[in-house]
Ligand binder design. Sequence first.
Ligand code: ADP
Ligand code: MG
Length: 519
Amino acid sequence: MMSNPNFGVWRPMAESIEFNALESNSNAVMAVADTVRTTLGPKGLDKLLIDQAMNRHVSNDGVTILLSVRAIHPVARMIVEIAERQEQLVGDGTTTAVVMAAEMIKEGKKLVKELGVHPTKVVEGIDSGVRHACELLEAESRTISIKDVALEQVVNTSLSSKLDGRQLSSLVITALRIVGENAKFDGSFDFDKSIMVIRKTNMEDRIVSGLVLERKRVDPAMPTKINEARIMIARLDLKPVKESWLKDNSKYQEILSMENDRIEKSKRLVDAMIATGANTFLLASTEIDQVVEDLLVSHNVFAVRISIEEMDYMSRYTGAKIVRMIDDLSKPDIVGKADRVFEEEENGVVCIEGGSGKNMVTLVVSGSTKETSLERWRAAIDGVNAAEAALNKGVVAGGGAAELHVIEGVKDMRLKGLEQVGLEVVASALESIMRQILSNAGYNGLEKVMAAKASPRGFGIDIDSGEAVDMWNKGILDPLLVKTMALKAAGEIAKSVLRIDRNLAAENLDPQAVSDTKR
Ligand code: ADP
Ligand code: MG
């Protein structure tokens, strides 16, 4: 930090300007990237996260780790943000994005500081290189269908570094096969609408061909199971008379007439509900009057509360239309169907199976502790996301092989002048994935990468034998989308970091302005 004698005692100003920002920002990024790079790939190691209260959590998941580390440098925070964005957009490949970003920043900094290349040249080169690399990866990709063995391979590859990856992977694959083509909406797969993943510590891993609600039936006197369920989904007001209407000084007569009114209205309501032929009620109402509940019990029907968010799933699965007003009760076809609805009292869940609407599956992911179930739950979702991305946009050779073999193509690009050197930055990033995966497996990463480079396209290194193998044959496949998103995200972050030449301490920045500069 420089101190300017002219400032006299007023030193904060001098201290609030950080000279040599590139050096310090890049160091901060490296430090953060180093916390996750060793988790990359099937032999990546785990991190033990410990909070101030000494709670412990073991994780192998890039975003989880990054989001858990406290007090990090503001520029390094950008890295956390790309990891988060990658997670939201494709749900996998977060460590890949971070490793590539760090590599680009490291190499870009060398060009700027050691060779004196102007940052804008480097940045433009990165831009073109990333775009071209994405096109080349796309050209390499192959499409797969829901029946292909390649689908299993993508899921296996995505879960290979996770806790119980094998077991989770077969769970995910079974779920994908059950929903099959039914998970297509407007021509592309959208598993968010057809595969639920829930976590339970006190249950075994399980697949339910249907929906699982973590609920109990409304009243224990109701039957625990209904076969050939005729299902109503209601968002009705089930408290026809509100107690708050009674004033403190209400007369006995008023109370009595209100009570009669309440019974009368409840009875009419429940009669109308039963008249639809429904014997199972999924209720998204905030309150249920005790009289309504008792009447439902007396009709020997099954009723369970659901959330407003759950209504759509239920409707899609059972074919029931959502009843919002009493008048809706007389409309045709509002009742849906399922083969069975039952409560498993010991597990605290209600299952709905054999719905007559769209195919849906629920994956119940267990874990001996809350943390393991959380980690396994995230992993299962990663697997589902990887499958979705692979089905929609195709797959490329995994283990860093696809990235490695597009390097030549990227370097063959001809850019004007010094921008050409920016391509080197992208090339290093493309190479860094295989190198890191192999270093994490105990090999000399660089040496192995050279061997893979000299092999035909699609070849990488077998993680167990260290030999060059065809990743397509070996079934190590990654979704194209995960790779291109990671590359683009890495490029974005590298560009922003390389462009900064000063970090300045500022007064209360307008959040809008701050988020604008982050882009
Ligand atoms: P990310 O957070 O980026 O998804 P992962 O730890 O899940 O990080 O590692 C993903 C990388 O590991 C992918 O590049 C994938 O191809 C690679 N990988 C998975 N299984 C293997 C394997 N058996 N051999 C080599 N690479 C593998
Ligand atoms: Mg992954």
